[in-house]
Design a protein around this ligand. Sequence first.
Ligand code: AMP
Length: 190
Amino acid sequence: MKNIVLFGPPGAGKGTQADILKEKYQLVHISTGDVFRYNIKNETELGTLAKSYMDKGHLVPDEVTIDMLNAEVEKNPDANGFIFDGFPRTEAQATSLAQLMDSKKSQINAMVALEVDDEILVGRLLERGKSSGRPDDANEEVIRERIAEYYRKTDILKGFYQKQDKYYGVDGVGNIEEITERLSEVIDKL
Ligand code: AMP
């Protein structure tokens, strides 16, 4: 079982690459952002709560996010492995994920991080906003707040996985195929 955390700031290309890698390695892809957006679309209680944070570019509280992630993992008892996209984003989430994997006699094998400069991220997200329909991509102030939130709360997780010798940084600038190739080189060795 291979469990991979696909990591990087907003706009690094996690979703695009996760869609390709899940097919290539037969992994279940869980994107916490996608699950929140699904709940917003279906006007659930969770969606209403998440939206109030997402619209500002802030993280949804840990307790809510962790419960949701655990439920998503439990929905896939026969998974060959998971690719986590957009989770964990805080130390509390990373600790909880380790416990969850432990309870399944499994573990996170690697955090693979897409590295992209901030100004490229802003440009990519504004471009994506023209067609993604995501309100948080349409406004430069919210985009910058999401990147700031990443540095405040999420970037620290590099250290969390580095300490366990599980961190792999990959250049996230280039075309989609090149970047898939770079990620695959890491995943193939796990
Ligand atoms: P994403 O689709 O990963 O860019 O996430 C979009 C938004 O959903 C983020 O800006 C957060 O508001 C929220 N979100 C997604 N994943 C998480 C997470 N692991 N923890 C807290 N908030 C999250």
